[in-house]
Design a protein around this ligand. Structure first.
Ligand code: FMN
Length: 483
């Protein structure tokens, strides 16, 4: 009969066996016997009492598939009395959908067990730089790079000294030297160690190198009668600091600003079933609304009938006709910026048929057209609630720049975004746009007109560029357009 050497089993199987045997309070050998017996009797436990994952892939979390987790941390646990708090930290990070892979220093294993860290992280725990199982493909480099952040908790005086000196004589220090990821340290030590000149020197060197520190806090120490600065921050504080580094707040340069945008065509009814329309898709206006919202603005989008989903976080008012659009625009004032990207019908039928118009022997019914309200001019010429920045769109099929320049004067707005909507350009309904931003130099109401011609780009890129100009105009600060 062949014998089975547990030591020679593959690492994932060994981890599984260790976890399962610990759970069932049996030796690993006994656990194997139980599994085999249950298999033969056909009543084996599910083989995943803990989620044992395959060996980590070299791609960073963001490139891995699956919705969870959203980020990954290599957690280095140093040899301090506060190591027990790091077991709670594993849970706190995982609660935040952060995958955790633990590395325990030799000294850390005097305070907490690899088994506990492994059971809580649901991952293999790493302890040895010269581990043939993980070093066959330079495992320490993977641990250093195959994560989004490295957290050291507790960061002992010794580990910080090694980092400051660039040492790499064990797995933890080798990872810290080989990484190009951000590092968060949670120091924990006796107050005298923390205040020692050598530790002070090391801390300031590390901070100069870009390493981030959380804590230490002040209070009672583990040693009887000792108090001062040196307590490791609480697990929730460290997890929150890690989260801030992993998910930095997005800049919101338009926060506090109200932006009104119109988009899409209008439908001008002829009778209950027919209407006058145009080919506008609303894509450009919707893209501007989404970009302004992403920049932190409160956005109100007044949209004609379109086949687009409402952008997230934007208040959308759906309308049909030009008159309804004007009504909703007026009801949305005051705003800081108004952008009129809708292709509003210039005319409507003088008297809309109450019933469907019928074909008769009298021939075609006469359709008398009357002018629609000019929304851009109406708002630009307001004396009371005129938005500080009013932007119109000029959709032209010929003499684009000249027509747009004269529109700037005629309507009384501040900027015109001119685009060529000749059928050959595919702009109407398409995904790309070539625009020219027409404004008065120095923002004065009279004076020379400046024409800024942008290269062809997607409507989302036009929106991003335009929002970057809005930010500069209203805050005086430049916004790096998102790539
Ligand atoms: C009971 C005990 C508690 C310790 N607590 C700490 C501590 O809180 N912080 C610290 O920097 N060192 C502490 N040490 C000293 C470290 O364990 C020692 O410097 C060790 O070499 C650190 O190894 P590491 O940095 O590789 O984890 C403690 C030692 C003992 C015996």
């Amino acid at each position: 009969m062949a014998s089975l050497t547990i030591r020679k089993l593959d690492e994932t199987v060994k981890t599984y066996l260790r976890l399962r045997s610990a759970k069932n309070r049996r030796s690993v050998e006994e656990e194997v016997r139980v599994i085999l017996r249950e298999l033969i009797e056909g009543r084996e436990e599910p083989l995943t009492p803990f989620a044992v994952r395959p060996a980590p892939s070299p791609a960073p979390t963001s490139q891995r598939t699956g919705a969870l987790p959203e980020a990954s941390v290599t957690l280095i646990i140093g040899g301090g009395i506060a190591a027990y708090k790091s077991l709670d930290l594993i849970r706190r990070l995982k609660e935040r959908r952060i995958e955790v892979r633990c590395v325990l220093t030799k000294a850390a294993q005097e305070f907490v067990t690899s088994l506990a860290a492994s059971a809580l992280s649901h991952e293999r725990v790493y302890t040895d730089l010269f581990d043939p199982q993980s070093e066959f493909d330079a495992g320490h480099i993977r641990l250093a790079r195959d994560c989004d952040l490295i957290v050291v908790a507790p960061a002992t005086a010794d580990l910080m000294a090694k980092m400051a000196g660039g040492h790499a004589d064990d797995l933890a220090s080798a990872i810290l030297l080989a990484t190009n990821r951000k590092i968060l340290l949670a120091p924990a030590m006796n107050p005298l160690m923390w205040n020692n000149a050598a530790t002070r020197r090391n801390v300031s060197l590390l901070q100069r190198d870009g390493v981030v520190l959380i804590g230490p806090n002040s209070g009672e120490m583990a040693e009887a009668g000792e108090a001062g600065t040196g307590r490791m921050s609480e697990a929730v504080e460290i997890a929150a600091a890690a989260e801030r580094l992993l998910r930095p707040p997005v800049p919101r340069p338009l926060a506090g600003k109200r932006v009104l945008i119109t988009a899409g065509p209008t439908h001008e009814p002829i009778d209950p079933v027919r209407y006058i329309a145009n080919r506008s898709s609303g894509k450009q206006g919707f893209a501007i609304a989404a970009a302004a919202q992403a920049a932190g603005a409160e956005v109100i989008l007044v949209s004609g009938p379109v086949d687009l989903s409402d952008p997230q976080g934007v208040t959308v008012k759906h309308v049909e006709s030009a008159r309804q659009m004007l009504e909703q625009v007026q009801a949305s004032l005051p705003v800081d910026i108004a952008i009129f990207a809708a292709a509003v019908a210039d005319w409507r039928v003088a008297s809309e048929g109450e019933q469907k118009l019928k074909k008769t022997s009298a021939g075609m019914p006469p359709l008398q057209l009357v002018e629609n309200p000019d929304i851009l001019a109406t708002i630009s010429k307001l004396t009371d609630q005129r938005p500080p920045l009013v932007i119109g769109f000029a959709a032209e099929t010929e003499h684009l720049i000249d027509n747009a320049k004269s529109k700037l004067d005629r309507k009384g707005c501040d900027w015109i975004v001119a685009n060529d909507v000749s059928p050959a350009t595919g702009v109407m309904g398409g995904d790309r746009n070539t625009v020219h931003l027409i404004s008065r130099k120095n923002g004065e109401s009279t004076g020379e007109i400046a024409v800024d011609s942008w290269p062809a780009m997607t409507k989302e890129q036009v929106a991003t560029e335009l929002v970057a100009r809005l930010v500069k105009s209203v805050t005086g600060k430049s916004l790096e357009p998102a790539s």
